[in-house]
Design a protein around this ligand. Structure first.
Ligand SMILES: *Cc1c(COP(=O)(O)O)cnc(C)c1O
Length: 230
């Protein structure tokens, strides 16, 4: 077994165990393999182990990989954009991805809505929320999320699915859980106020267990699958 196959098996076992601990169905959590900085061959290797969802942060790098893999014709992969998105790159994202997790302003959402090709299904989007209040982190504040969610919900060609966060890094499980619980409660509040969100994109290599305990539906895992990035 290659190391990517073995790593995937180990990550799936962690997800399964965390779902058991949380009394959740294992199918309620999807694994997004974050392949940023890794070549198309690494994605192909993961695809051979039945991995279908891949996450990317850099538009040009991602589109090159998506194009390579589409023409090599293997299985249908689902691409998720999870990085900071500049307005001059929205068109490529609208044309090449199934999901965007990192929306943090209306202008970007408007451009994606306008640029989504007519032949494609609505682009699934999540609003990125800054739950740890760090100035360096992307995302909107919990207090302004409702307003942005309503505005995005009104746009054509986008399907507002939920919320995403990258909390402050800590190895303390209680603090990890507290940060993820902010996103869970925010989603519950938005749904109580009339939205229909089904997605919590949270949890990475070092904290996916805490995220699953707090209701994550997509965990975004890079290092634990592909190794340390250089
Ligand atoms: C890189 C990245 C990940 C993956 O992080 P790992 O610690 O390598 O698992 C997840 N989410 C986002 C937004 C990222 O940029």
């Amino acid at each position: 077994m290659t190391s990517i196959a073995a790593n995937l098996q180990a990550v799936r076992a962690r997800i399964f165990a965390a779902c058991s601990a949380a009394a959740r169905a294992p199918e309620s959590v999807s694994l997004l393999a974050v392949s940023k900085t890794w070549p198309a061959s690494a994605v192909s290797e993961a695809a051979l182990s039945q991995q279908r969802m891949f996450g990317e942060n850099y538009v040009q790098e991602a589109v090159a990989k998506i194009t390579t893999l589409a023409t090599s014709g293997a299985q249908t992969l689902e691409w998720h954009f999870i990085g900071p998105l500049q307005n001059n790159k929205t068109k490529l994202v609208a044309e090449n991805f199934a999901w965007v997790h990192s929306i943090d302003n209306l202008k970007t959402a408007q451009r994606l809505a306008q640029q989504r090709p007519a032949g494609l299904a609505a682009l699934n989007v999540c609003i990125q929320v800054n739950v740890s209040n760090e100035a360096t982190k992307g995302g909107v504040s919990p207090a302004t999320t409702m307003n942005l969610a309503r505005e995005i919900n009104a746009l054509p060609n986008l399907n507002l699915r939920g919320l995403m966060t990258i909390p402050a890094a800590t190895s303390d499980l209680a603090i990890q859980r507290r940060q993820f619980s902010i996103l869970r409660e925010l989603k519950e509040n938005l749904n109580r106020d009339g939205l229909n969100l089904d997605t919590l994109s949270m949890g990475m290599s070092h904290d996916l267990e805490a995220a699953i305990l707090e209701g994550a539906t997509i965990v975004r895992v890079g290092t634990a699958i592909f190794g340390e990035r250089h």
